[in-house]
Design a protein around this ligand. Sequence first.
Ligand code: NAP
Length: 285
Amino acid sequence: MIIKQLTVIGVGLIGGSFAMALRRAGVVGRIVGVDTDTDNLAKALSLGIVDEIATDALSGVSGADVVFVSVPVCAIAAVVRNISASLPPGCIVTDGGSVKTAVVNQCDALMQAGCRFVGGHPIAGTEHSGAGAAFPELFAGKRCVLTPGLSADPDAIETVSRLWTAAGAAVCSMDPGHHDRIFAEISHLPHAVAYALVHAVGTADVEGENVLSYSAGGFRDFTRIASSDPAMWRDISLMNREAMLASIDGFSASLAELRRRIDCSDQAGLTEFFTTAKQFRDGIV
Ligand code: NAP
């Protein structure tokens, strides 16, 4: 047992999967769920993801050793502001948000009575949402990046790290700004490109044809992540604005270079471009 009570605020895909993984690992005594979506919360209870539910966050955090905030990134700081005066002394607050700089700065400043904030981001997910989409194996073999705030002491970092390890993840730590620049490239850019691609093809006019009706495996594989929650990606785009703009600029330059080589019928240049990209891709699978 690592902690007696975990309170999960936002029992969706990530919060629900974290609760399920920790229960399966036997490292948490009691799990309390809080969610603004009462149907989702009732489902989390009926599926056994949480042991009990609280109608409001203030009562939900009573007795918590660790509070896991797993709501949309734009809402994390407001949730922590709301509960901060009601947290048990010494409580550890952590989150699963996909953007870290603003979240860590805001939440860290809200810690009082010896409470500690340890930012976190599990590098795992699906295009589905809600407690019904949660499953305990979600984090197995995946990374979880911790971005501790100034309030986080070694004991708090160690506890959060042990929880993610118990959930099956490989834990590493980094500065929040470094995190946001890395994930703008490797996660936020691919989602932006997938959404932009489907948007472009979906609105393409080729002699009045419904172009999307001709989609096959390649288009569907490439665009799976464009079925993710639009509100989540709106929030991530706004919260990681600067780093995302830089990654989109880099991608635009790469696409412009590819366009130039096609325009010039540059056979050797195209072979070199596709070969380099294939080597990067083959190296990660
Ligand atoms: P989700 O499945 O939609 O679950 C979030 C839950 O939180 C929903 O039930 C939502 O209710 C509820 N909620 C929203 N605002 C709330 C508030 N103020 N207080 C309490 N509950 C609230 O979302 P998710 O995919 O698990 O994402 C949660 C977090 O994990 C996000 O910060 C996201 O960036 C991060 N993350 C997601 C992924 C992924 O692949 N999905 C991967 C890594 C990290 P409503 O539906 O009514 O708003």
